[in-house]
Design a protein around this ligand. Structure first.
Ligand code: FA5
Length: 323
């Protein structure tokens, strides 16, 4: 006669091997049926002393319960169709890999070029005061130039910056010339949305202040930047413009897909702007520029509608990969 632990192990081993419900009931009756091994043992308990009955009884009941559980589990397994509980042929979840957004990608390329020319990076807040966004830049209240950059005003009198030019003022306030910085950021305007305009877009400001700075330094810097970012074959055009904070002022356009696209505004820093920052305009001169990052990305990646950048359509974002 086997001891109880052996009986238990043998029963479990036998259960593992069976495949059908018929075999399962056979084994169940072999151990737990009327004439089953465990049942018979339970019947012999009454011939034992109280102490023996207590010890053996609890052991037998424990095994009985365990085997009943095992039978139930095996029954479920057989009913669910054999030993395989999971369908390993099912298609799994596909994990999408992310991409650097085209705006971030172009922004990084632009910054790298200016860094290689000796410019360092500055930043400023998106919520600005009237002083930094307009007044210090020689755009006093009621100046018509404010109309071209209408913005979103907050209840506390502050506004969402319309360009990155306030960072010029912030930088000149804290640094003494020579100054050579670029300042990227998100800007906001009450512009109508169309294929080349968005109410939220990105600019990169440039500022160079030193004792002798001329318009040809500005032109040379911008040309060198554009040829570096695109190639020498790109068609560019400078045209006169007007900004209250530069004099003279100009714009740069690039020819792509049968149209001229304006990418930046620039000029020689107005003496009043230098004076507003306590820089002696008789000693120092400066040039500044502000370029539209989306516009540059549109040219670089041949994108004809600015709205594609903000729709987060994976089919679009996937196409712009690399490096
Ligand atoms: C300015 O914002 C000036 N602060 C630029 C400047 C800086 C001039 C320093 C002189 C010295 P403008 O409004 O033209 O200028 O905008 C500059 C560039 O931002 C444009 O050339 C264009 O590329 C881009 N841009 C302007 N408005 C939008 C818009 N709504 N959506 C997308 N890009 C825009």
């Amino acid at each position: 006669m086997h001891n109880l632990d052996e009986i238990k192990l043998i029963a479990i081993e036998e259960l593992k091997k069976i495949k059908t419900i018929e075999e399962l009931y056979e084994i169940k009756s072999k151990y737990l049926g009327k004439e089953g091994i465990i049942t018979k043992r339970l019947k012999t308990l009454r011939d034992l002393s109280i102490e023996e009955r207590r010890i053996l009884g609890s052991k037998l009941n424990e095994i009985k319960e365990l085997l009943e559980n095992e039978f139930e589990m095996k029954k479920e397994e057989i009913e669910e169709g054999g030993e395989i509980k999971y369908d390993i042929t099912l298609v799994g979840y596909k994990r999408e890999f992310g991409n650097i957004h085209p705006i971030t990608r172009v922004y990084r390329e632009i910054v790298d070029i200016f860094k290689s020319m000796g410019f360092s990076i500055e930043e400023g807040p998106e919520v600005e005061s009237d002083w930094y966004n307009f007044t210090a830049l020689n755009i006093p209240k009621y100046h018509p130039a404010r109309d071209m950059q209408d913005t979103f005003y907050l209840e506390n009198g502050k506004l969402l910056r319309t360009h990155t030019s306030p960072i010029q003022i912030r930088t000149m306030e804290k640094k003494k010339p020579p100054i050579r910085i670029v300042a990227p950021g998100r800007v906001f305007r009450r512009d109508e949305i169309d294929s080349t305009h968005s109410p939220v877009f990105h600019q990169l400001e440039g500022l160079y202040v030193d004792k002798s700075v001329s318009i040809s330094d500005l032109k040379g810097t911008l040309e060198s930047f554009i040829y570096n970012l695109f190639s020498k074959d790109i068609k560019i055009k400078f045209r006169p413009s007007y900004f209250p904070f530069t004099e003279p002022s100009l714009e740069v356009l690039i020819y792509k897909n049968n149209r001229w696209l304006e990418i930046l505004g620039a000029g020689i820093v107005h003496p009043k702007v230098l004076e507003n920052c306590n820089i002696d305009s008789k000693v120092y001169k400066g040039f500044a520029f502000g370029l539209g990052i989306e516009r540059i990305a549109m040219i670089k990646y041949n994108i004809n509608d600015i709205r594609l950048f903000y729709e987060n359509d994976i089919r679009f974002l996937k196409q712009i990969k690399g490096g």
